[in-house]
Design a protein around this ligand. Structure first.
Ligand code: G3H
Ligand code: 13P
Ligand code: ZN
Length: 328
């Protein structure tokens, strides 16, 4: 069944678990997520980015998600729009039938330029008014996502602050977060706590304080009833990097957010955990390996099937680690 993000996250908060929100662009990702959810009895959040809408088309994405709901009627599914850059973008997704939208007012409509607090409050508040009138939940963002190690926002096409960010910009201020939630009435708040989008988050394995878990704790103490969202939560599995590089890829040494640190964040109010890169890496590794080992094969279903099982295994591992399993 289609469900709003608010309903899912309220249950997650009551029971103290987190829900991975996986990005979807194609049928293989959708199947991987749903099969993993069915296997582990987990509720699902799937999110479509502007890049996904450009790649697959909004109508294809919509109907793919609706098809998933039809095929897995016992799994609650939230259809979420990732990183909306304006109230108008969110309005279009609501009209299309999304049950949740993100209004990312931390960056301007170009998806690059950090904005003022006042601008962010204004666009987010307007989106909440519109969305709540339609029974749709809203995620806002305060602070700029950026790696506390490198000061960079990450390499995803479309969304990410330009240039090197200051330490302050990359850590959401707890008092400002409290004020922001009061002024906008958002259901969930994406916070900046040292993660960044993409595969290049850290050049060495992050230690206990590479991520500002303490900051998450402080924010949660100020806004205990607002669900926190961690973007840039891919763990960048070293096994998949090795497979990609073994079969012709060239990805330099890089590290993501360790699953244990995300689990620590979940103890302090993180309820939605955004993951895209890990499924991309698994998918690429599976294709490269299959192609190298089966050079005479040319039926795309053969290698795409490999991507489904590679991605499904990651989804299962996250549903289990975050405590999502058993809560559908
Ligand atoms: O927010 C970033 C997500 O990883 C989506 O990336 O715009 O390339 O689909 P994308
Ligand atoms: P990753 O690039 O770490 O997977 O983050 C995805 C994300 O935050 C989508 O909004
Ligand atoms: Zn994001």
């Amino acid at each position: 069944a289609l469900i709003s993000m608010r309903q899912l996250l309220d249950h997650a908060a009551e029971q103290g678990y987190g829900i991975p929100a996986f990005n979807v662009n194609n049928l293989e990702q959708m199947r991987a997520i749903m099969e993993a959810a069915a296997k582990t009895d987990s509720p699902v959040i799937v999110q479509a980015s502007a890049g996904a809408r450009k790649y697959a088309g909004s109508n294809f994405l919509k109907h793919m998600i609706l098809a998933a709901i039809e095929e897995f009627p016992h799994i609650p599914v939230c259809m979420h729009q990732d990183h909306g850059t304006s109230p108008a973008v969110c309005q279009r997704s609501i009209a299309l039938g999304f049950s949740s939208v993100m209004m990312d007012g931390s960056l301007g409509t170009d998806g690059k330029t950090p904005t003022s607090y006042e601008y962010n409050v204004d666009v987010t508040r307007r989106t909440v008014e519109m969305a709540h009138a339609c029974g749709v939940s809203v995620e806002g963002e305060l602070g700029c996502l950026g790696s506390l190690e490198t000061g960079m926002a990450g390499e995803e096409d479309g969304i990410g602050a330009e240039g090197v960010l200051s330490h302050d910009q990359m850590l959401t201020d707890p008092d400002e977060a409290a004020e922001f939630v009061k002024a906008t009435n958002v259901d969930a708040l994406a916070i900046a706590c040292g993660t960044s989008h993409g595969a290049y988050k850290f050049t060495k394995p992050p230690t206990g304080d590479t991520l500002a878990i303490g900051r998450i704790k402080e924010i949660h103490a100020r806004i205990p009833n607002t669900h926190l969202v961690m973007h840039g939560s891919s763990s960048v599995p070293q096994e998949w990097l090795a497979i990609i590089n073994e079969f012709g890829g060239e990805i330099p040494e890089t590290y993501g957010v360790p699953v244990e640190q995300i689990v620590e964040g979940i103890k302090y109010g993180v309820r939605k955990v955004n993951i895209d890169t890990d499924l991309r890496l698994a998918s690429t590794g599976a294709v490269r390996r299959f192609m190298a080992q089966n050079p005479s094969e040319f039926d795309p279903r053969k290698f795409l099937k490999e991507t489904i099982s590679a991605m499904r295994d990651i989804c299962i591992a996250r549903y289990e680690a975050f405590g999502t399993a058993g809560n559908a």
